[in-house]
Design a protein around this ligand. Structure first.
Ligand code: 4NP
Length: 153
């Protein structure tokens, strides 16, 4: 089983988008049993809050539900629980490293590192208002991530 934690600042816009897009993607490949997928925040700002309506709308248009998801903050313990800890931008990975205290097993990356756009960030629609662009980037990242995971199965 491959365990993946997607992470962003608030866990209401980008990381839930990645969580539910990726869950749907693995389901379409009949691989749900091979994965455990979650998302979390690097801040307590939105703890307990539901997914942002902008993200919900993009997922719903693709026929994907994120019902029941509420934001939670990541913890140091998540490092042991997950194989991949994937941040959405550099600010996220800096905060992740602070929370985790290091990355001895090389589990931390950014979602676009799996694409040909290594090192690039996924813009935060909380600030940009552009959920379309973020959706396209998350989709590209998730599709490339799946290819990476398939090599491990
Ligand atoms: P996210 O967007 O990190 O993609 O979930 C944000 C959501 C909330 C806040 C910041 C970013 N906030 O400051 O409350």
């Amino acid at each position: 089983m491959i365990k993946i934690l997607f992470i962003c600042l608030g866990n209401i816009c980008r990381s839930p988008l990645a969580e539910f897009y990726f869950k749907d993607l693995v389901a379409k490949h009949n691989l749900s049993a091979e994965f455990y997928i979650e998302s979390a925040a690097t801040s307590y700002e939105e703890t307990g809050n539901p997914v942002h309506p902008g993200t919900r709308k993009k997922l719903a248009a693709a026929g994907i539900s994120c019902a029941g998801k509420t934001a939670r903050c990541m913890e140091r313990e998540d490092y042991r629980k997950f194989d991949y800890l994937i941040g959405m931008d550099s600010m996220t990975t800096v905060s992740m490293m602070r929370i985790l205290g290091g990355d001895p097993k090389g589990k931390v990356s950014k979602l676009l590192d799996f694409t040909e756009r290594t090192g690039q960030d996924i813009a935060d629609p909380w600030y940009t208002g552009n959920f379309d662009r973020t959706y396209e980037d998350v989709k590209e990242g998730c599709e490339a991530l799946l290819q990476d995971c398939l090599l491990r199965l």
